[in-house]
Design a binder for this molecule. Structure first.
Ligand SMILES: Cc1ncc(COP(=O)(O)O)c(C=O)c1O
Length: 415
C-alpha cells in the first residue's frame, strides 16, 4: 500500500513531553529510600533526617501496628482476592469500620482501597450532570479528579474564602444538588479551612458538605479524629473523608457519615465496587494505628512540640511559611529549579525535604514542604535547623531579611 501519510513515530510525544518538562525544570523522578520511613532514612545511599513524610505520628514503624499486620497476614493470607462486594469483605473490615465510625462521631463508615479512590468514587456517586460542585481553589488532585469524573458543573471558589463561596452558591440556586468540597488541613500550604463558615453556608443553601481530613486525621482534635472534631462539627459535616495513609502510617481511604450515606455509597461508588479490597493485614494495621492515635495524645503533643521547635527555629533563621497553622510548613521559593537545588543542598547536608512543583502547586509557588514527625528528637530538629541555616546563607537577600519579623510572629493553631 502506498504511504500517503508522513511517517512519524507514534510515540514521539513521549520524548517531546519529557524534553519540555526537563527544559521547564519540571521533570520528576523517583528517589530511592532505603529502610523504613522512620525519623532517619537513607536516600540514594546518603543518611538523612526524613522531614517530608506524612508519617506524622511515626506509626508506620510502630511495633504494635506491625504486629497487628503480621497476625492478620498469618490468619487471613496476603490478599482480599476480590471486590468487597463479591468475596473480598474479610472480617477485619467490620472491626475497622465500626471503630472508625465511633472515632469520627458518626453512625457508619466505609473503607476504600486508598484516599484517592475514596474521593474518586464518592464525588461522582453524590453528584452528576445538572448538579453543582463548589470546590476550594487549592483542593487536592483526588478531589479535582472526582469532580471531573462526576460531570457535574464545578465552580471553584477562592481559597478558604467563605464570602466568595457564598457569592457563587447564590448564582446556582437552580442546581438539582449542591456539594461543597474542601480539605480541612490543606496538604501543600498547611492552612485550615473555615469549617464553621462552610457548615453555615451548606445549611443556608441546602448543600452537602464534604471535608477531606487526610492531613488532619491523627493530628487535630481531642482524640485525633481531625479538624472536624476540633471544631465539634461531626454531625454537621455530611461527608467526612480521610485516609489511613498519612498520620496512621498504613493505607486505605474512608468515608464516615450517616448509615444511609454509607449504604448508598455501597451501591454507587464505583471505586469501591469495581476493585479488589485492601489486604487484611493492611486493614488490621490501620485498626491498630487508629487505636494508638486515639488513646495516646502524647504522640500528638510530641508532634506539636517538634512543629513549634522547627517553626520557631526556621523563623529565627529568616524563613516564613505563609498562612500555615499546622504540622505542614511550606517554604515558598517560587522558582522550580531553585527549589530542586535547595532540596539537593539540604540532602547533602543531612535533611531530606522534597521540593514540590506545579502542577501539584500553582505556577510560581514551588516550595519545600517540611513536615516533622512526633518521633524526631529535639537534637535531630536542632541538627536539621543547622542545615536550613546553611541553606538560608545561600539564598539570603535583603528582601528576605526584612520579612523575618513577620514570620516569627505567625500563630500555630492553638497548640
Ligand atoms: C488532601 C488529600 N486527599 C486525598 C489524598 C489521597 O490519599 P491516599 O494517599 O490515601 O490515596 C491525599 C494524598 O496525597 C491528600 O493529600
Amino acid at each position: 500500500m502506498p504511504d500517503t501519510h508522513p511517517t512519524s513515530c507514534p510515540d514521539a510525544f513521549l520524548r517531546e513531553t519529557l524534553d519540555s518538562l526537563q527544559d521547564a525544570g519540571l521533570l520528576r523522578s523517583l528517589r530511592n529510600l532505603e529502610g523504613a520511613p522512620g525519623p532517619k532514612i537513607v536516600v540514594n545511599g546518603r543518611p538523612a533526617l526524613l522531614l517530608c513524610s506524612n508519617n506524622y505520628l511515626g506509626l508506620a514503624t510502630d511495633e504494635r501496628v506491625k504486629r497487628a499486620a503480621r497476625e492478620a497476614l498469618e490468619t487471613y493470607g496476603c490478599g482480599a482476592t476480590g471486590s468487597r462486594l463479591i468475596s473480598g469483605n474479610l472480617e477485619p473490615y467490620a472491626t475497622l469500620e465500626r471503630e472508625l465510625a465511633g472515632w469520627k462521631g458518626r453512625e457508619a463508615a466505609l473503607v476504600f482501597p486508598s484516599g484517592y479512590q475514596a474521593n474518586l468514587g464518592t464525588i461522582p456517586a453524590l453528584v452528576g450532570p445538572g448538579d453543582a460542585i463548589f470546590s476550594d481553589a487549592l483542593n487536592h488532585a483526588s478531589l479535582i479528579d472526582g469532580c471531573r469524573l462526576s460531570r457535574a458543573e464545578t465552580i471553584v471558589y477562592s481559597h478558604c474564602d467563605a464570602e466568595d463561596l457564598e457569592r457563587k452558591l447564590a448564582t446556582r440556586a437552580g442546581a438539582r444538588r449542591k456539594l461543597i468540597l474542601t480539605e480541612s488541613v490543606f496538604s501543600m500550604d498547611g492552612d485550615l479551612a473555615p469549617l464553621e463558615d462552610l457548615v453555615f453556608l451548606a445549611r443556608k443553601y441546602t448543600a452537602l458538605l464534604m471535608v477531606d481530613e487526610a492531613h488532619a486525621t491523627g493530628v487535630f482534635g481531642a482524640t485525633g479524629a481531625g479538624l472536624v472534631e476540633e471544631f465539634g462539627l461531626q454531625q454537621q459535616v455530611d461527608v467526612q473523608m480521610g485516609t489511613f495513609s498519612k498520620a496512621l502510617g498504613s493505607l486505605g481511604g474512608y468515608i464516615a457519615g450517616s448509615r444511609e450515606l454509607i449504604r448508598y455509597l455501597i451501591q454507587k461508588a464505583r471505586s469501591l465496587i469495581f476493585t479488589t479490597g485492601l489486604p487484611p493485614s493492611v486493614v488490621a494495621a490501620s485498626t491498630a494505628a487508629m487505636r494508638i492515635a486515639r488513646t495516646e495524645p502524647e504522640r500528638r503533643a510530641a508532634l506539636w512540640r517538634n512543629v513549634r521547635q522547627l517553626r520557631g527555629g526556621l523563623a529565627d533563621i529568616g524563613f516564613s511559611f505563609g498562612p500555615s497553622q499546622s504540622q505542614i510548613l511550606p517554604l515558598l521559593l517560587g522558582d522550580e529549579r531553585k527549589t530542586m537545588a535547595a532540596c539537593c543542598f539540604l540532602l547533602k547536608h543531612g535533611a531530606f525535604v522534597q521540593g514540590i512543583r506545579p502542577p501539584t502547586v500553582p505556577p510560581g509557588t514551588a516550595r519545600l514542604r517540611i513536615a516533622p514527625m512526633a518521633t524526631h528528637t529535639e537534637a535531630e530538629i536542632t541538627e536539621a535547623l543547622d542545615s536550613f541555616r546553611q541553606l538560608h546563607e545561600l539564598l539570603d537577600s535583603p528582601k528576605r531579611r526584612a520579612s523575618r519579623q513577620t514570620a516569627a510572629s505567625a500563630p500555630v493553631f492553638s497548640k
